[in-house]
Design a protein around this ligand. Sequence first.
Ligand SMILES: [Mg+2]
Length: 358
Amino acid sequence: MKITAVETSMLRVPNNPPVSTYYRENRYVVARIRTDEGLEGLGYTMLVGGAGAESVREYLEKSLVPQLIGENPLHVGRLWQKMYDTDRGIRKKGIPVYAISALDIGLWDLLGKSMGRPVWQLLGACAEAIAVYGSGGFLSYSVDDIVTEAEGFLALGCRHYKMKIGRPNLMENVERVRAVRKALGDNVELLVDANQRWDVATHLKIGRRLEEFDLFWYEEPVLADNIAQCAQVARALNIPIATGENEYTRYGFRDLIEQKAAHYLNPDIHRCGGIGELMKIAHLAAAYDLPIAPHLVPELSIHVLVSIPNAALVEVLAGAPSELWKEPPEVKNGMLAPPNRPGHGMEFSAGALKRFTE
Ligand SMILES: [Mg+2]
């Protein structure tokens, strides 16, 4: 089999309120990998908020696609390396890795389809399903909004829920967590996410006050560029730290691990290098007994999560547009299982392609 063409397109998908108060929309760079045997792999990468989508598409088309044309798409690992090695003039963080991720995802999809097997079976399954954590609790929500949203996840059988911290009035964050903990009770695992807000001193001040609420994790405290500061927070607080959604490739995760920056790692399959690279990151982390809980993209991450021994949780965002997919991922009894369809099993719905294609 040979790759004959890679056709790209972009989707602009509006977010529902109140997520939209953070990011009005997300954009997807889509790459359909075509072959001489008629099989097609669907690759895509999502840019939260949309910034940089044109650059990812440009890099993918100009630098990476020429590396793939004429190649055997079943050599997924070799082609990942070929794409990675293409360009010595740019460091493999940010835009180039989003682009590599999209194509890697498309190649794994093709591999699965060519064998008539779902990707999780090719990766070597460890589990059938993974516990979901409900994610939302945005800063624009009232405490009542947060509790209502959390209760929606609890009704689906979830036992973990994540809310944001980072309101400018510092003590208000403590009071919001206190109120949510009180309303939900002690049987729910509560996670908080700072999204890189605040400096170390502020985290020590606020984090210490949050220790009494028995939080499951405290996510992405400081700028993702400053791993040493994340490690400082991790050493100082009596709450497990989670980070990694803004990190790239095994090398980035090696740095997080070596510097003991976190107790949970949150690679994003669209940012870290795709399915194969997420597997490598997970195995690297397994050697340190560090659990993996990927950032967003549950529909793809789940293939990897059920195939590793150190899966922690899968993130499902409140208000994610379900009309995006032909067959959207479905939470059952608080768990998410990967689809049994060949490849990664995902396809955009006809309606979404019509409404969201740019
Ligand atoms: Mg986060």
